[in-house]
Ligand binder design. Structure first.
Ligand SMILES: [Zn+2]
Length: 134
């Protein structure tokens, strides 16, 4: 994504474009992908960036709060940031730690429970955990 594209997205989601935020967004929005905060910190280090770890965590929280990226929690201590924000499902390989997409229409629900009184459905997303064979 171009810098202009990233700035336009910041505008859309009400995010102030600081240099650090642009740097982090450039990494995350480069292509459809799932990155953890650690992945991003690693990539910033490779690029000899001066962005601190704390800034990375704060920025990622802000991005997901505003809807620029989607948070995918694979277990209580592991979180990914997904550059694809429309509804879809995931495979999570617990052996390799890899998260991959499943198109939304590849999962069909035959029966869903009645929603609690006074609520409406917000989203239904499935995480299928897999292991390497052998
Ligand atoms: Zn995804």
């Amino acid at each position: 994504m171009t810098l202009t594209g990233v700035r336009a997205l910041f505008d859309k989601y009400g995010i102030l474009p600081t240099a650090q935020r642009l740097e982090i967004a450039n990494i995350l929005l480069e292509k459809p992908q799932h990155l953890s905060a650690e992945h991003i910190i690693e990539k910033l280090k490779e690029a000899e960036s001066a962005v601190s770890k704390a800034t990375v965590y704060n920025t990622l929280n802000l991005f997901s709060e505003r809807g620029l990226v989607k948070e995918v929690m694979v277990d209580p201590v592991r979180k990914f940031y997904d550059s694809t924000t429309h509804p879809h499902h995931h495979f999570y390989n617990v052996d390799s730690g890899e998260l991959s997409d499943i198109p939304e229409d590849n999962v069909l629900f035959e029966k869903l429970p009645r929603l609690p009184e006074g609520t409406k459905r917000s989203s239904v997303e499935v995480l299928i955990r897999v292991r390497d064979q052998g």
